[in-house]
Design a protein around this ligand. Sequence first.
Ligand SMILES: Nc1nc2c([nH]c(=O)n2[C@H]2C[C@H](O)[C@@H](COP(=O)(O)OP(=O)(O)OP(=O)(O)O)O2)c(=O)[nH]1
Length: 106
Amino acid sequence: MEARNGIIDVVGAAIVSDDRILCAQRGEGRTLAGYWEFPGGKIETHETACQALHREIEEELRCEVAVGRRLCTSEYAYDFGTVRLTTFVCRLTSGTPRRTEHAAFR
Ligand SMILES: Nc1nc2c([nH]c(=O)n2[C@H]2C[C@H](O)[C@@H](COP(=O)(O)OP(=O)(O)OP(=O)(O)O)O2)c(=O)[nH]1
């Protein structure tokens, strides 16, 4: 969802499993390829942050998560716009994260 003020609203999942948090490296051909991120993506029009997170995790990692508390919201200005990233603590409820578009997990 791109707000009128040019801010791009993004959600990220800090998926906690066995006391570890999953980080994913953005794949070739995507904006910011090679950067490490919390899996997630842009919130679409008419979506809540929670709905966007469920959709993105299903699309990108082919698994399901329960969305817990909001960790933080931060803004970062890139040359293409300002990303406002809200990160939620999540836990796996079904499946195991699989790479469909990321280059690596750690
Ligand atoms: N998922 C995620 N994106 C982040 C993080 N930090 C950060 O600056 N971003 C940026 C990268 C992208 O410019 C934007 C997320 O957009 P995206 O390209 O992943 O979104 P999307 O899945 O909806 O993809 P698309 O259909 O627009 O290609 O937010 C982060 O920790 N997680």
